[in-house]
Design a protein. Structure first.
Length: 156
C-alpha cells in the first residue's frame, strides 16, 4: 500500500498513511467500526501531518474508504520537482508553486531536489528549475504564477 492515495484520479503522497490505515483496520476489527467511521479516523490522523486542500474532505474520505475496503485505485501522478540548492530564488519558486496548488485546489507530490548531482541528472544546468514528471518546464528563472497555473492545468 505505501503512503500514497488516489484522490480525484491523482496519486497523493501522505505522511503517516500506512500507519493510520493499519491502526484503523485494527480498530475496525476490535470495535466494529464501519468503513466510513474508519475513513473518518484516518482523515483525522492524516490531516494533522499533511496539507489537505480546502473543500476536498469528501474526496479524501471516499479514497480512505476504498483503501480500508481493499478497493484502492491505481494511477500514476506526475510529481512536481523544484531543482535548486536552496537559494532564495529556488525557495521563492517552491513557495509560488505551493501557492498556485493551494489556489487551484490541487494536491500533488512536490519534491525540492537540492543535490547537485541529482539536478544534473535531469539535464538542468541553471537553477531554479521546475519539472512536472520528468519534463523540464523552466530553468534559470522564476516563472509567473499565471504561467505555472497554465503548465499545471495542462499536465496534472
Amino acid at each position: 500500500m505505501g503512503n500514497k492515495i488516489i484522490v480525484g484520479g491523482k496519486s497523493i503522497g501522505l505522511f503517516g498513511l500506512e500507519a493510520a490505515i493499519s491502526t484503523t483496520k485494527q480498530l475496525m476489527k476490535d470495535k466494529g467500526l464501519d468503513k466510513h467511521q474508519g475513513a473518518e479516523r484516518v482523515f483525522a490522523a492524516i490531516e494533522k501531518k499533511n496539507y489537505i486542500p480546502p473543500g476536498s474532505r469528501k474526496e479524501y474520505i471516499d479514497a480512505f474508504e476504498k483503501l480500508l475496503d481493499g478497493r484502492e485505485e491505481k494511477a500514476q501522478a506526475k510529481p512536481i520537482r523544484i531543482l535548486g540548492p536552496g537559494c532564495p530564488g529556488c525557495n521563492q519558486l517552491e513557495k509560488l508553486v505551493l501557492e498556485v496548488l493551494a489556489e487551484q485546489n490541487i494536491a500533488a507530490d512536490i519534491f525540492h531536489v537540492t543535490e547537485r548531482d541529482e539536478i544534473w541528472r535531469y539535464g538542468v544546468i541553471r537553477t531554479p528549475a521546475l519539472l512536472v514528471g520528468d519534463e523540464v518546464l523552466s530553468t534559470g528563472t522564476i516563472p509567473t504564477a499565471a504561467q505555472i497555473k497554465k503548465w499545471l492545468s495542462e499536465r496534472l
